[in-house]
Write a protein that binds this ligand. Structure first.
Ligand SMILES: *Cc1c(COP(=O)(O)O)cnc(C)c1O
Length: 426
C-alpha cells in the first residue's frame, strides 16, 4: 500500500489519542526510527523531542534493548503469571525495590500507567477495608494533575482539564486542593502549607489516600512545584492516618535529574506508580510498589489477597527490555546527560522569554516548557516544528519537550530553536 492509501485507511478506521472518528487531522506516517530520529514515509527525518511521551529515554533501535528483546523472544514471549513465575520479572522487581525510595518492598507489575494507578488506589482502599476502616474510601489530590484515562485516574485528574462536568455522576467524587503555588526553586508558600494541614485533617476520616505527581505535574499543565510540599504531605498524611501515593509514571527514571522525583524531597510514599520510561519506551508495562505495612494490612483482611491480576501481568518481553533499560541507567550516563540537556534547554529556550506572547519559560532536568498566553494553534505549530526538522506535540498553551537522554548538542539546538520559532508564530 502506498502512503496515500494507508493514510486514507487510518483516517477511516483507526482511532488516535483524544481524536475524533472519522479523523479530521492528518497524522504523519512513520516508517522507522533510530537514535533520536523518526523517519517518515516520504523520507523526511524529524528529531523526536517527545521521547514518544516520556518513554524512549535511550532512543530508538537501541542495540542493548534490541538484543534483550530478541534474546527473550527466543526463550518465551509470554506465560501467565498466576501460579507461574520467571527470572525477567523477578529480577525486575528486585531492581525496582533497590532503586525506589527506601521502604517500598513489594511490586505489582501491570500493563499500563493508568492500570498501575488503579492498582495503587485498590491497594489503599483494600488496606482500609482490611483494617476495618471501610469509611475511608475517598481520594484527595491537588488541581492541575494528570493520572491517566481509565475512570479512577480520571477522577483525580484536574477537574477542568479532565472535563469532569462531562462525567458528573459517573466519576467518583474526589476532593481537590488548589494547585500547588510557586516554581521548583521557590520557597514553599506558608498559606498553602497551612491549607494542606487543615484540609487533610478535616477530611482524614473519609480519606483513603492522597495521590499526586511529585515535583512535576505533566499532562495537566507541565508545572513544577517546590519539593517542600511533598515533605509536608508526608508529615501530614502520617499524622492523620492517610496513605500517600506518588505517581512517578512521567517523572521516574531520571527525567527530573534524580532517579525518582521523590528524591528531591527525600520522602517515601506508601505507594509508588511507575511506567512510561520503565521499558525504555519499547513495550507497555507499569508497576505499583508498596510498603510492607500495606501488604500486611491487605493480607489480614476478609479477602486476604490483592484482588487484581491482568492477563499480561509481568510480560517476559516487557520485563526483559525493562531490565536492559535499567541496566543502561545503572551505568550512570544519565547522571551527566540530564544536567547537560537541562543546560542546553535553558540556553536554547532563553530567547523565548523576550517574545510578546510568551507567559513563561521553565526547565527542570530534561524537561523544557514554553507557556504561551493563548492556546497554541496546532496546525501552525506542527508545520513550523516539522519544517524545522523536529517532532513535538504541543497541547493547550504549551510547547514542551522531554528529549531522549542520548540527544546530542545539535539535536537540542534543533529542538529549542524550533520551539522558539513555533512560539513566535503559533
Ligand atoms: C502517562 C501518565 C499516566 C497514564 O499512563 P498510561 O500508560 O498512558 O496509562 C498516569 N500518570 C502520569 C503522571 C502520566 O504521565
Amino acid at each position: 500500500m502506498d502512503a496515500a492509501e494507508l493514510l486514507a485507511l487510518d483516517a477511516e478506521h483507526v482511532w488516535h489519542p483524544y481524536g475524533p472518528m472519522p479523523s479530521t487531522i492528518d497524522s504523519l506516517l512513520v516508517r522507522e526510527a533510530s537514535g533520536v530520529r523518526l523517519t517518515l514515509d516520504d523520507g523526511r527525518e524529524l528529531v523526536d523531542g517527545m521521547s514518544s511521551w516520556w518513554a524512549a529515554i535511550h532512543g530508538y533501535r537501541n542495540p542493548v534493548l534490541d538484543a534483550a528483546l530478541a534474546e527473550q523472544a527466543g526463550r518465551m514471549s509470554h506465560v501467565m503469571f498466576g501460579g507461574l513465575t520467571h527470572e525477567p520479572a523477578i529480577r525486575l522487581a528486585k531492581t525496582l525495590v533497590d532503586l525506589a525510595p527506601e521502604g517500598l518492598r513489594h511490586v505489582f507489575l501491570c500493563d499500563s500507567g493508568s492500570v498501575s494507578v488503579e492498582v495503587a488506589v485498590k491497594m489503599c482502599l483494600q488496606y482500609w477495608q482490611s483494617v476495618g476502616r471501610k469509611e475511608k474510601r475517598r481520594l484527595m489530590t491537588w488541581r492541575g494533575g494528570y493520572h491517566g484515562d481509565t475512570f479512577t485516574p480520571m477522577s483525580v485528574c484536574d477537574p477542568e482539564g479532565g472535563m469532569h462536568s462531562l462525567w458528573r455522576g459517573i466519576l467518583p467524587d474526589q476532593l481537590f486542593l488548589p494547585r500547588p503555588p510557586g516554581g521548583f526553586a521557590d520557597e514553599p508558600d506558608q498559606d498553602y502549607l497551612d491549607l494542606l494541614a487543615t484540609e487533610i485533617g478535616r477530611h482524614a476520616g473519609e480519606l483513603a489516600a492522597i495521590i499526586v505527581e511529585p515535583v512535576v505535574q505533566g499532562a495537566g499543565g507541565m508545572r513544577f512545584h517546590p519539593p517542600a510540599y511533598l515533605r509536608a504531605l508526608r508529615e501530614i498524611t502520617e499524622a492523620n492516618g492517610v496513605l500517600l501515593i506518588f505517581d512517578e509514571i512521567a517523572t521516574g527514571f531520571g527525567r527530573t535529574g534524580r532517579m525518582f522525583a521523590a528524591e528531591h524531597a527525600g520522602v517515601t510514599p506508601d505507594v509508588l506508580c511507575l511506567g512510561k520510561a520503565l521499558t525504555g519506551g519499547y513495550l507497555t508495562m507499569a508497576a505499583a510498589l508498596c510498603t510492607p505495612e500495606i501488604a500486611d494490612g491487605i493480607s489480614r483482611g476478609e479477602l486476604p489477597v490483592l484482588a487484581h491480576g491482568p492477563t499480561f501481568m509481568a510480560n517476559p518481553l516487557s520485563s526483559a527490555v525493562a531490565n536492559a533499560s535499567l541496566g543502561i541507567l545503572a551505568e550512570g550516563g544519565w547522571k551527566s546527560d540530564v544536567p547537560r540537556i537541562e543546560a542546553a534547554l535553558k540556553a536554547g529556550l532563553e530567547p523565548a522569554r523576550e517574545l510578546p506572547s510568551v507567559a513563561d519559560v521553565r526547565v527542570l532536568g530534561a524537561i523544557g516548557v514554553i507557556e504561551l498566553d493563548h492556546p497554541v494553534d496546532m496546525a501552525v505549530a506542527t508545520e513550523v516544528l516539522t519544517g524545522n526538522g523536529v517532532w513535538l506535540r504541543p497541547f493547550r498553551n504549551l510547547i514542551y519537550t522531554m528529549p531522549p537522554y542520548i540527544s546530542e548538542a545539535e539535536d537540542l539546538v534543533a529542538i529549542t530553536s524550533a520551539m522558539v520559532s513555533a512560539a513566535q508564530k503559533a
